[in-house]
Design a protein. Structure first.
Length: 468
C-alpha cells in the first residue's frame, strides 16, 4: 500500500501507534503510526534527494500534478467518509473539501516562474530567474485537513520543491489516504506524510534540512514554529487564526442576510479560522439580529456527519469542546444571555449546542479571543466609529465583513477594517487566485494565488555583458 511506502520501517521494527477517535462518538475507530522525531533525518534526506529530479522538469511536474488532481477526484468516495469520520463535518462538506483539493492542484500547474529582464540602465543584460527552495515542511491542523494540506503542498510542488507533510494527530487518516492517492501520480519521496504526536512537529519545523516551514494553527504554537525555524534561517509562512468581526450597517436587511451570516459563523461547527466570530449590530435593530440568528441556531440539525440530515457536526476533539464550554460558561457568568444554546449536548461525542450570546460584556474572552466553535456573541453599537474601533480592537487581523444595503457606504467601512481580507454582504469566500494573509497576530507571509506560488521560490539573478 502506498502509505506504507511513505512511512518506511526497518525490518523487525515494531512501530508505535496512536488511536484516532470519531468525534461523533468519542470512541476510537482507527490508529496511525506514532513516528518519532529521530526518524525525520532519513525522511528529510530522501525528500532532498527527490528534489534533484523533481525541480529539473517543469513539464513533468505539470503532468504529474494534473494526474494527481484526477486521482483525488476519483478517490472522493473513499476519502470523504474517512474525512467525516475523523473530523466530524457533514459528508457534503467533506466532498467539497476534496473538490477544493483537486482544484488547487490544477490551479498551481497554470503558474510558471518565467524569467524576467532587469533593466537598470547599465550596459549589462540582467535577468531574474526563479529557483525552488528545497524540502518544505507543511504542518496542518484538524479543521480542514485535506484542503489546508493542498493549500501548502500544491504551490510548493508546482514550484519544484518537495514536501514533508505533517497532519494533526486528531486527523491523520484521511491525510495518509490522500498521500497514497497522490503517490499514484508523484515520484517517490516528492511528498512524504509523517504522523505522530509532539515533539514531532516541533522537530520538523526546526530541522536543518527544511528550507520553508508553512504552518496553520494557534498563535502560541506559531511563535514556537517561527523560533524553531530561525535556527536554520528557514523561510516561514504562518496562518495563526482569526477573530473575524461582522459589522452590520444601520440599513441592513436582517432577514435577507441572516442565513448567510449564520452559516458564515457556524459552518464546520465554527471551526474555521476566518469564520465570523463576533457580530456588531446597530442598537436600534439589535434585538432583531439576535432573534434572527437564535432562530436559525435552534432549528439547525446537529448530528453525526455521516447522517444524511446533519447540517452541523460535532467539535473535532475533547480539548476543543472543553475550550468552547469554558468560554461560554465564563460569558454567562459575566452576565451574557444565551438566546440559543449555551451548553454542550447530552449525548456521546463532542457536541455543543449552536449558541448565540446576547448582552455579552465587550471584554469577555468569548469576544476578545478566538473561541473556534459554535458560539457567536452579538454586541450592540451606537455609532459606526464605535463599531469599527471594536472590530479592530483585538490582536487578530485575518478577515472581516460589512453587511448593508448601501454598497458604497459599506465598502467605505470595510476599508477601515484592520485585516487581510474584507467582504461585503458575505464572508470567508476565497478565490484560488487571491492572496490570503493576516496582520497582527493572525499570521506572517502570504498564501494563495501567485503570491503563495512565489513564496516557494527564491530569485536568482544572472548578469551577462552585451559583448565579450
Amino acid at each position: 500500500m502506498a502509505t506504507d511506502q511513505l512511512h518506511r520501517a526497518t525490518p523487525g521494527t515494531v512501530r508505535k501507534r496512536f488511536a484516532v477517535l470519531d468525534p461523533a462518538t468519542g470512541e476510537a475507530f482507527g490508529d496511525a503510526p506514532d513516528q518519532q522525531p529521530d526518524e525525520l533525518d532519513a525522511v528529510v534526506g530522501r525528500a532532498h534527494e527527490a528534489w534533484r529530479g523533481w525541480r529539473a522538469d517543469h513539464d513533468a511536474r505539470t503532468t504529474a500534478l494534473l494526474a494527481a488532481a484526477d486521482a483525488v477526484e476519483a478517490a472522493g468516495p473513499e476519502l470523504a467518509p474517512l474525512l467525516t469520520r475523523e473530523q466530524g463535518k457533514p459528508l457534503a462538506e467533506s466532498y467539497a473539501e476534496i473538490a477544493r483539493t483537486a482544484a488547487r492542484l490544477r490551479y498551481f500547474t497554470e503558474l510558471d516562474a518565467e524569467p524576467r529582464p532587469l533593466v537598470d540602465g547599465r550596459p549589462v543584460r540582467s535577468e531574474i530567474r526563479w529557483r525552488p527552495l528545497g524540502p518544505v515542511a507543511a504542518i496542518v491542523p484538524w479543521n480542514f485537513p485535506l484542503q489546508l494540506a493542498s493549500a501548502k503542498l500544491a504551490p510548493a510542488l508546482a514550484a519544484g520543491n518537495t514536501v514533508v507533510l505533517k497532519p494533526s494527530p486528531f486527523t491523520p487518516l484521511a491525510t495518509r489516504l490522500l498521500a497514497s492517492v497522490l503517490a499514484t501520480a508523484l515520484p517517490e519521496d516528492v511528498l512524504t506524510v509523517v504522523t505522530g504526536r509532539e515533539p514531532l512537529g516541533a522537530r520538523l519545523a526546526s530541522h536543518p534540512g527544511i528550507r520553508h516551514v508553512t504552518f496553520t494553527g494557534s498563535v502560541p504554537t506559531g511563535r514556537a514554529v517561527a523560533a524553531g525555524a530561525a535556527a536554520s534561517l528557514g523561510r516561514v509562512t504562518l496562518e495563526l487564526g482569526g477573530n473575524d468581526a461582522a459589522v452590520l450597517m444601520p440599513d441592513v436587511d436582517v432577514e435577507r442576510i441572516a442565513d448567510r451570516l449564520f452559516h458564515a459563523a457556524f459552518r464546520n461547527c465554527g471551526q474555521v479560522c476566518m469564520a465570523v466570530k463576533r457580530v456588531y449590530a446597530p442598537a436600534r435593530i439589535y434585538s432583531d439580529v439576535v432573534e434572527a440568528l437564535a432562530q436559525r441556531a435552534k432549528s439547525v440539525v446537529v448530528g453525526a456527519g455521516l447522517d444524511p440530515g446533519t447540517e452541523l457536526g460535532p467539535l473535532n476533539n475533547a480539548p476543543q469542546l472543553a475550550r468552547v464550554e469554558r468560554y461560554t460558561t465564563r460569558a454567562l457568568a459575566d452576565g451574557a444571555r444565551a438566546a440559543a444554546g449555551g451548553h454542550r449536548l447530552d449525548r456521546p461525542g463532542y457536541f455543543h449546542a449552536p449558541t448565540v450570546l446576547a448582552d455579552v460584556p465587550p471584554e469577555s474572552p468569548v469576544v476578545t479571543e478566538e473561541q473556534f466553535g459554535p458560539v457567536l456573541p452579538v454586541l450592540p453599537y451606537r455609532s459606526l466609529d464605535e463599531a469599527v474601533e471594536a472590530a479592530n480592537g483585538t490582536g487578530f487581523g485575518l478577515g472581516g465583513s460589512v453587511w448593508g444595503t448601501d454598497l458604497d457606504r459599506a465598502e467605505a467601512v470595510a476599508d477601515r477594517l484592520e485585516c487581510g481580507t474584507a467582504w461585503i454582504n458575505h464572508h470567508a469566500e476565497l478565490s484560488l487566485a487571491q492572496p490570503f494573509a493576516g496582520i497582527k497576530d493572525s499570521g506572517l507571509g502570504v498564501a494563495g494565488g501567485p503570491w503563495g506560488f512565489y513564496g516557494n521560490l527564491r530569485p536568482f539573478v544572472v548578469h551577462c555583458p552585451e559583448e565579450p
